[in-house]
Design a protein around this ligand. Structure first.
Ligand code: PRP
Ligand code: URA
Ligand code: MG
Length: 213
């Protein structure tokens, strides 16, 4: 697994405002959207393209075009949904599949409650969207789900990661013969006793959409 921390002053600035407990939901949603677009620029560095012949007003040339099959963008509900528009702005022709996953806040185990994805993802590059990589359980399960269906290249975009989660994810993906990259705005200090990222930004889903019941 490759971890890529995007080191850019605009990313750091937006992340600082996002972390601030005084930032309200509308601002939090807007900043998430803006941050994702910046991270997506880095995350799509290896997106597959094919050569394409075109003619400019001045003459013929060869450029590139996004390859088939199209990339698959997979937001992890609920919080990952807040990252979808920012990603699709950069990859408007991608397809979108959904995974609904929730972490039990007592045991910290992730479970899947919904999925809407093609049965066959052979040869597909997948971009997983989830703002928080905390214990890593959710992302490990999501990646296994996609590779079990044939996905052959996975890039996850997370706003924040915890070092413990990165280590767990590496362990959880041992033996997997598929390249996995995690692109993030920051690797934070640690997890607290409740499995929250410190200093983090709190509960991403709640800050985007209100308190879950
Ligand atoms: O790395 P982990 O320890 O597995 O935790 C991270 C997960 O927890 C949060 O989702 P949550 O379960 O709160 O669901 P929500 O998006 O519906 O709020 C977050 O969006 C990740 O999916
Ligand atoms: O810090 C964390 C950990 C898990 N889920 C969140 O939303 N935030
Ligand atoms: Mg949540």
């Amino acid at each position: 697994m490759r971890l890529h921390v995007v080191n850019h002053p605009l990313v750091s600035h937006k992340l600082t405002v996002l972390r601030d407990e005084n930032t309200d939901s509308p601002t939090f949603r807007r900043l998430t959207d803006e941050l994702v677009t910046l991270l997506a620029y880095e995350a799509t560095r290896e997106v597959r393209v094919d050569p394409m012949d075109i003619t400019t007003p001045v003459g013929p040339t060869t450029g590139v075009y996004l390859a088939q099959p199209k990339p698959m963008v997979v937001p992890i509900l609920r919080a990952g949904l807040g990252m979808l528009d920012g990603m699709m702005r950069l990859l408007p022709t991608a397809e979108v599949g959904f995974l609904g996953m929730v972490r039990n806040e007592e045991t910290l185990e992730a479970s899947t409650y919904a999925e809407r994805l093609p049965e066959d993802l052979s040869g597909r590059q997948c971009y997983v969207l989830d703002p928080m990589l905390a214990t890593g359980g959710t992302l490990a399960a999501a990646i296994r789900f996609l590779t079990d269906r044939g996905a052959d290249d996975i890039t996850a975009i997370c706003l924040l990661v915890a070092p413990e989660g990165v280590a767990n994810l590496e362990k959880g993906l041992e033996g997997l013969d598929v390249p996995v990259t995690v692109v993030t705005a920051a690797q934070d200090e640690k997890l607290n006793e409740k499995g929250y990222i410190v200093p983090g930004l709190g509960d991403a889903g709640d800050r985007l959409y209100g308190v879950a019941h």
